[in-house]
Design a protein around this ligand. Structure first.
Ligand code: ADP
Length: 621
C-alpha cells in the first residue's frame, strides 16, 4: 500500500486538512486504560491501567522462592510445628535405647526397659501423624507457589502476544510446555521443602539428644558429618549445571531424531543421508558426553554420603573407650550409635537424595521457566489526545525485516469527527492499517498521531478497535457491556436501543443474566462487543469488519449509531454499503491508497466504479 494519487485520483484525496496547529482542548479526560481490541486480559487489569502482563516483573529463581516463603509466615510456622512432632523420634531414639539398656535390661529391670521402648514406639506413632500434617502444610505453600509461577508464565505469554502482532507469540503448545515445567517445579519445590525441613529438624533433635545423653559424642559424630554435608553442598551448583546440560543435550537428540524420522522421504529424495546422519550422530555424542560429565559430579554425592553418614559410625565405635572413660555406660554408647545410624545418616541421605534430584530439578525447571519469559514491558508515558483528528505521515510497515511493506510511506489525515470507510480487496492491508491507527502495531517508519499524540503513547481509553472476532467473556451481559466504562443502566439501555441489541438482551434473559459466550452466535457476540465499544469513553472508534456477521439492516443501524455518537469513526468495510454511508472513503488496493467521497471515487477511480458496478445491495430484511 503506498501513496500514489495517480492521474485519475480525486483532487482532494490525501492530506486534505493538514495537521491542525490549533488543537482543541481535551475532550476526553478519562485516563483509564484499555487495550484496543485486545481483550484477553482481565477486567481488573484493564481498569487498573496496566499493560497486559506488565504487572509481573521478571525475577530470578532465588527471589521467587524466597518471596513465596516470606509471604506466608503462618504456613511456615505450621510446617515448623508439625516438623517438631515428626522429628521427635530423632531426639528420643538414643535416649530411649540407652535408658532401656542401662536402667532396664542391664539392671535386671526388664519392665523399665520395655517402658522406654514403648515410649520410643509411641513417639514413632505420633511422628507418623506429624508426617501426615507436614505433607498437608507443605502443600499449602507449594500450591500458591505454583499459582504464582503460572501467573508469571501466563503474563509472559500475554506480554509476548500483545507486544506485536508480528511475532507469532509463544502459541498454545509453548504455554502447555511451560505449564508442564510449572508442574515439575511445584512438585520439586514441595519435595525440597520437605527434605530440607526434615533434615534440619532431625539434626536439631540429634544434637539435643546427644547433649542430653553424652555431649562428648558430638565431638566424634559432628565433624565428619559437617565435612560430608559441605562436600555435598559445594557440589550442588556443578550438579545443577551438569543436569541442565544433560537435559538440553537430551532434548537436542530427541529433536534431531524426530525431525529425521519425520523427513525421511525428503532426506532420501535430496540424498542428504550423510549430512543428516552426521548431525544426528553429533547430537547423540554430545548427549553421551553430557551424561558422563553428570555421572562424574554425581559420584561426589556418593563420597559426601560416605564421609557424612559412614565416618561418624566408625569414629563413635573407635571412640568408645574414650566415651566409657568419661563415665558413659555401654548402653549410652549404643544410644549414640542409634542417633548416628538411625537419625543422622538417614537425614543426610535424604538431603543428598532429595536436593540432588528434586533441588536440581527445581533449579533447572525454574531457570527454564524464568528464562523463557519475555522482558518486562517498559513503562510508556501515556498522554490524552488533544482532539479526535488522526494523521499519518510517511507511515511504513512490513511484517518482518525482509517482507514487502504492507503500508508504504502512507500519508493520511482524518479530521476530527470524520466517518471514514476503508475499502479494498482482501489482503490489501486494511486490518494492518486499523492496527497501526490504534497503536496495536508500531510503524517501522513515519508517524501516526491521534489528537497530536503518537499512536503508541495515546491513553488506550481514547480509542477502541473492535476486530472481526468479537470477544465476549463469561459473566453477565451488563458486565460485558460495561467492561470499558462504568455506566448507569439508563445509558446501557440507550446504547442497546441505538444499536438494535434489545432482542439480544431479551433472549439472554436481561442485563443481569449470566451468558455463555459459546452459546451466542457470531453476530450476537459482535453486538455485545459493539455495545461495549459504544459505551466506552473512546473518542476514536475503529470497526474492523466488526459487523460482518450482522445482516445489512443491523449493520446500517450500528454504523449510523456510531456515526452520530460523536468522535471519529473508521470502518473497515465488509460490504460496500458501509462506504456509501461514510463521509469519506479510503480505497486501498495494494499499490495505491486513494481517499475521497463515495461520489468522487465513483467518478474518478475506475477500480472503485467497477467495485460499485458489481455491487448488488443485499435485500434489507
Ligand atoms: P486485509 O485486512 O486488507 O485483508 P491484512 O491487513 O489482514 O489485509 O493483511 C495485509 C497483508 O499482510 C496480507 O498479505 C497478509 O497476508 C499480511 N499479514 C497480515 N497479518 C500478518 C501477520 N501477522 N504476519 C505476517 N503477515 C501478515
Amino acid at each position: 500500500m503506498s501513496r500514489d494519487p495517480g492521474p485519475g485520483a480525486p483532487h482532494h484525496e490525501l492530506d486534505e486538512d493538514g495537521p491542525r496547529a490549533d488543537r482543541p482542548g481535551t475532550e476526553d479526560g478519562d485516563p483509564r486504560v484499555s487495550q484496543p481490541g485486545i481483550e484477553a486480559d482481565g477486567p481488573r487489569a484493564r481498569r487498573r491501567g496496566t499493560d497486559a502482563g506488565g504487572d509481573w516483573p521478571v525475577i530470578g529463581p532465588g527471589a521467587l522462592l524466597y518471596g513465596t516463603l516470606r509471604r506466608r509466615p503462618a504456613r511456615l510456622l505450621r510446617i515448623a510445628g508439625w516438623s517438631v512432632v515428626e522429628a521427635a523420634p530423632a531426639f528420643v531414639i538414643g535416649l530411649a535405647v540407652a535408658r532401656a539398656i542401662e536402667d532396664g535390661f542391664a539392671a535386671g529391670r526388664p519392665a523399665t526397659g520395655l517402658a522406654w521402648l514403648a515410649l520410643l514406639g509411641g513417639t514413632w506413632l505420633v511422628a507418623a501423624v506429624g508426617a501426615r500434617q507436614v505433607i498437608l502444610a507443605v502443600a499449602a505453600v507449594a500450591e500458591p507457589f505454583r499459582d504464582e509461577l503460572l501467573g508469571h508464565v501466563v503474563a509472559g505469554a500475554m506480554r509476548r502476544a500483545t507486544a506485536s502482532f508480528r511475532s507469532a507469540g509463544p502459541g498454545s503448545a509453548a504455554v502447555a510446555r511451560a505449564n508442564l515445567q510449572v508442574e515439575l517445579a511445584r512438585d520439586s519445590f514441595a519435595a525440597v521443602v520437605t527434605v530440607v525441613r526434615s533434615f534440619l529438624f532431625t539434626l536439631v533433635g540429634v544434637v539435643l539428644g546427644m547433649l542430653t545423653l553424652v555431649p562428648e559424642a558430638l565431638v566424634l559424630a559432628l565433624p565428619p558429618f559437617a565435612v560430608g554435608l559441605a562436600l555435598f553442598l559445594l557440589s550442588l551448583p556443578a550438579l545443577a549445571r551438569r543436569q541442565r546440560e544433560f537435559l538440553l543435550a537430551d532434548e537436542r537428540t530427541a529433536e534431531a531424531l524426530s525431525s529425521m524420522a519425520g523427513g525421511l522421504r525428503d532426506i532420501a529424495a535430496c540424498g542428504a543421508e550423510d549430512t543428516v546422519g552426521n548431525g544426528t550422530e553429533r547430537a547423540v555424542a554430545a548427549q553421551a558426553a553430557a551424561a558422563r560429565r553428570l555421572a562424574r559430579v554425581t559420584a561426589v554425592r556418593t563420597a559426601a554420603l560416605a564421609v557424612g553418614a559412614g565416618l561418624p559410625v566408625l569414629l563413635v565405635l573407635a571412640g568408645t573407650p574414650w566415651l566409657l572413660s568419661t563415665g558413659a555406660g555401654a548402653g549410652t554408647v549404643v544410644g549414640v550409635l542409634a542417633y548416628v545410624t538411625q537419625s543422622l545418616g538417614p537425614a543426610l541421605g535424604g538431603l543428598v537424595e532429595g536436593l540432588g534430584v528434586s533441588g536440581v530439578a527445581l533449579v533447572t525447571s525454574l531457570g527454564r521457566i524464568l528464562r523463557s519469559l519475555p522482558p518486562a514491558v517498559p513503562v510508556i508515558a501515556r498522554a490524552v489526545p488533544q482532539g479526535d483528528d488522526l494523521s499519518l505521515r510517511a507511515v511504513t510497515f512490513a511484517y518482518g525485516p525482509h517482507a514487502e511493506p504492507v503500508v508504504d510511506r502512507l500519508d493520511l489525515v482524518v479530521p476530527a469527527g470524520d466517518h471514514l470507510a476503508i475499502v479494498g480487496p482482501s489482503g490489501a492491508g486494511k486490518s494492518t492499517l486499523a492496527a497501526l491507527i490504534t497503536g496495536v502495531l508500531p510503524p517501522d517508519a513515519g508517524e501516526i498521531r491521534l489528537g497530536g499524540v503518537l499512536a503508541g503513547e495515546v491513553v488506550p481509553a481514547a480509542r477502541v478497535l473492535i476486530p472481526q472476532e468479537a470477544y465476549v467473556f463469561r459473566g453477565t451481559l451488563a458486565e460485558n457491556f460495561g467492561f470499558l466504562a462504568d455506566v448507569p443502566q439508563a445509558d446501557m439501555a440507550a446504547a442497546v436501543r441505538a444499536l438494535g441489541a434489545g432482542e439480544l438482551v431479551t433472549r439472554c434473559g436481561g442485563y443481569q443474566a449470566e451468558i455463555d459466550p459459546a452459546a451466542l452466535s457470531a453476530g450476537q457476540r459482535q453486538l455485545v462487543a459493539l455495545v461495549r465499544a459504544y459505551l466506552a469513553p473512546a473518542r476514536m472508534v475503529v470497526l474492523d469488519e466488526a459487523t460482518c456477521h450482522l445482516d445489512p439492516a443491523a449493520e446500517e443501524r450500528v454504523e449510523r449509531a456510531f456515526a452520530s455518537r460523536g468522535g471519529t469513526l473508521i470502518v473497515v468495510a465488509h460490504r460496500l454499503s458501509s462506504a456509501v454511508r461514510a463521509r469519506h472513503v479510503l480505497l486501498v488496493d495494494g499499490t495505491r491508497v486513494l481517499k475521497g467521497t463515495h461520489d468522487e471515487l465513483v467518478r474518478a477511480v475506475p477500480l472503485y466504479a467497477d467495485l460499485v458496478g458489481h455491487w448488488q445491495p443485499e435485500p434489507v430484511s
